[in-house]
Design a protein around this ligand. Sequence first.
Ligand code: SAM
Length: 251
Amino acid sequence: MKRRPRLGQHFLTDASVIQQIVTTTAPGAGEHFVEIGPGRGALTGPLLSRGAIVHAVEIDPALAQGLRASFPHERLSVHLADALEFDYAALKIPDLRLIGNLPYYLSTPLLFRLLESAAGFRDMTVMLQREVAERLCAPPGSRRYGRLSVTAAVRCRAEPCFSVAPVAFEPPPKVHSMVVRLTPDSRYRIHRPDTFDRVVRQAFSQRRKTVANALRGLADREQITTAGIDPTKRPEQIDVEAYLRLSEHLD
Ligand code: SAM
């Protein structure tokens, strides 16, 4: 089957890594999984053999057809679709789980999209390039802390699980990978999601500036101070609660 490198097609071939992902995910019989980018079925097969019900979303028609042929299973439905556009809520499945060895060219926009609808999932286990995984899980004050970390932390617990070397894939990618588990939680209430996203996006678009300078035009010094934020701090020193408070203080 022809491989399409532009679609991030690096297939997992290392049986011990596949086993490690399945053990981390612990699929149960009868549980519903969305699988993003099933490819040749390295994860689909083990999910099905453990009794899970798989809703696979694959953009490549040849791979989607190959998957149906390799796993003619009533518990597998293959959606020929772009995972970025797919309407996950339309599946109307409560307690839906998500798994995927994500196509790396798309992982950041896809994560933002999945985080937006995180509350609709019980959990998400995803393989990412290590640098993106580190941004996703970074705590305030660290080098990698940014818009992705804040967007994740306000909706989920993000845990790095284990690293995966390039040799585990065929063909090997240029970078190391990492499996991350996201568990949505309701610790924080986002009353104004659009404002929150606007604040965080603008703050981190100029991360070398002070938060007061970075947010110029959106929040003034007084609003920043009223939200309990020191305006001379840098955007990466501000935690999720403070960004939430600020988004609620804006008109
Ligand atoms: N799960 C397989 C594995 O682990 O071997 C394949 C993973 S490969 C890194 C990424 C997969 O995502 C490929 O099958 C690719 O065709 C698919 N893909 C790429 N872009 C996609 C998109 N926008 N929507 C859905 N699938 C996509």
